[in-house]
Design a protein around this ligand. Sequence first.
Ligand code: SF4
Ligand code: SF4
Ligand code: SF4
Length: 366
Amino acid sequence: MSLLTLDIGRCVRTTNKFSTCEKCVEVCPVETIKISEHLPSFVPNDCVGCGGCLAACPDAAFKLDTFSPLNYIFSFLEKKSVVASCKEEIPCLAALSTEEILSLSLLSETPVVFDKAHCAECSIAKPNVALIEERIEEVNFLLEAMEVEKSVRFESVELSVEEEKVENDRRAFFAKASIKEAAKAKQVFENKVEALSEELKEHTASVEDIQSIRAKVVPDRRKLLQMAMKRAGVPTQFHNIDANDISFVSQKMIDEESCTNCQMCYRICPTGALSSDKYGGFIDFDAINCIKCQSCHDVCEPDSITIKNVFSLEQLFKPKREQLIKFSVKRCDECGMPFVYRGGEIMCDRCRVEEEEAHALWGIKQ
Ligand code: SF4
Ligand code: SF4
Ligand code: SF4
């Protein structure tokens, strides 16, 4: 038994009513995650606890009480393990994101093997196996591009007799884990059973959630990757790769002609990858903080912000802030506040709108 929770403050849909993100919906093998009233919802009791949504969400908004990807990685490294198997400490190999598999392989002293032996009989192999294969392929491509002589293999590993005895049923696996837990803390177990509702769990954002979004936090997995990159060492040359070949980070461009400096993209960016100053005089970009959540693209009405066709791996090894666009700033003749000057205007947008409204109210022709 495993309890899935969603930190709605981390879902990009919470701040962006134009967000089209459905990554959690797309990967859920039992189709319990749905978008309702613009936010993800699910029936806790239908969740099989595979952790696929944990890995798929760009902002790591989902959590399982029985599994933490980062704890798993640290435990794997500490034990100097070689094989990652769903029979040991991880509910399904699809619970690790590309970024996490990459960090794991960079930090591991030996090549990592993902055990495929149990996939054939697994009820959620479709779609999870395809996801695992896709992520491993991306990781191996990136390792090669980083000149790291390591790779991740996805193959069947011979089991010991003891491991063979492990119950195949996923729910029994989690029930077993919970009984163990219950022996230690009965109350915790009972609370958990109570929380496993059969009702659709709808989410609404509270004031605290909104505050947590404003905090602009980069998911822990990105911090882990940065640490792993440092350990791996800088390659002899920084390769430029096709932007489609990397799923978790991007580089951006802004079209100077069409951008209206509406400020929406950097206001909704959940990690602060896009930023500006208090006057909105420029838009800066830190690729290392970008989680490719698509939110800035979804919100940009004139489609001024786009992904560069190539991604430079230098951005992962030697992150550098880039200025995407600079605006001229002038003081408003009316209120004295600085505003972005595009040519010819004498007042800020707010004063202009107020003046237009006053003219309309009094029937003054302009
Ligand atoms: S941001 Fe995460 S939780 Fe929100 S819709 Fe996308 S994948 Fe789902
Ligand atoms: S890039 Fe788009 S969203 Fe960002 S300020 Fe310009 S117009 Fe607005
Ligand atoms: S810059 Fe990156 S992290 Fe920020 S909103 Fe755009 S895609 Fe998401």
